[in-house]
Design a protein around this ligand. Sequence first.
Ligand code: PLP
Length: 478
Amino acid sequence: MEGSEFEEHGAQMLHYVTSYMDSVRSRRALPDVQPGFMQELIPSRAPETPDKWEDVFKDIERVIMPGVTHWQSPNFFAYFPTAQSYPSMLADMLCNAIGCIGFTWASCPSCTELEVVMMDWLGQLLHLPDSFLFCKPGKGGGVIQGTASEATLMCLLSARTLFFKKEREKNPDVTMGQLVDRLVAYCSDQAHSSVERAGLIGAVRMRKLETDEKGSLRGPTLKAAILEDKAKGLLPFFVCATSGTTTSCAFDNLKELGPVCQEHGVWMHVDAAYAGSAFICPEFRPLIDGVEHAMSFNFNPHKWLKIMFDCSALWVQNTDYLRYAFDVDPLYLKHENQGVMPDFRHWQIPLGRRFRSLKIWFVLRLYGQRKLQEAIRKDVRLAHEFETMVRSDDRFEIAADVILGLVCFRLKGENELSERLLKLLNADGRIHLVPSKMKGNFFLRLAICGPDTQSSDVRRAWDVIRELTDVVLKSDAK
Ligand code: PLP
């Protein structure tokens, strides 16, 4: 494709994208297709000679759209939001055009340098302690990871290496193999599955600790577990606290957990994948009071801050711990200015990395802090509106405190009623929700997800839920 054709087809694509966004509300949120549906729609082999752009373009609606779950639809209330915005799309276009792989400062200086500044901009927006920022004295700094899962894994592996280094100072003969067998990490029974996976990949025990009635991990529970494990000869080294659990948006008590971690020399990592974006609003920032005790903090701007996937922001108080845990230095990656600016290849699992800070730059500049705050507050307001509707119908109950943009609710009585309601809702397809369970209670999660979800969409969702609840309860009465 030549540049002139790209401009022409690009204009057509831009028009398609804006029309898609403008009309996404009218599409069914959940597609009505069966596994394997696409095999009948496309050939089983790649073409030998070029297809025409017109044919490819036509196939977007014919082949792709029938099986698309419309995450940006105001009728999509499942999981957590995934961010989307035009400024972020524009930045991704530029990122694709530049097409650099910024693994070291030398491999693309602007890629590294913009990331350093953007991580400070973001960190300041969240009012993170100065000790996490590049621009303040100390060894703190941030880096963009692909996902929260990678961030947790990076921190667990760094904590493991740090622990090994300290043990080696005491006993130079000790091997990693001898230690790994005795290492123990902790998270709450509400932590995301990626935390358990980090333990599996890091080959360490991950002990899930019981939370209080609100789904929050408390200091005394952690302390008791650490003391119990130490008495057994195990070596506690890492805790992953969650700020905004996936199940119910509960918050572990960082103010209590932090001092326990410090007393026992344990690395505290905070996973705020979803909730982190809300901390740009001062009224929500107290939810992470105690974060100053954390060695590392992570959230996904790609969930709720208009910066598109993939962009997961990770800060550490001492960047040496990341760097030294993964320092392999072949000649072909070395450069003359090593050590002046970060070489982010040491701070992540892959070598390659895209110019992702461009989309942070575009979004923060083209929206500004105030508009981003307004968007978060709108979603929280909508969640409370929905909560009020649920509370006004005595067939339902709220299953967890509504703190941000997630409402957990259920039909009173046996789990089976809510299970049947969810099945009907998703078969109906007008709105899409997913369930969760806490302490044996099955419930539905309604997360405000679409960038343009309005009060009328939430009211409509509630109408659909009530309509299908009548069906569930009628069939139950028979
Ligand atoms: N942690 C929490 C609390 C989450 O809610 C999620 C996903 O929703 C994750 C981690 C995993 O995020 P990612 O897909 O970025 O790995």
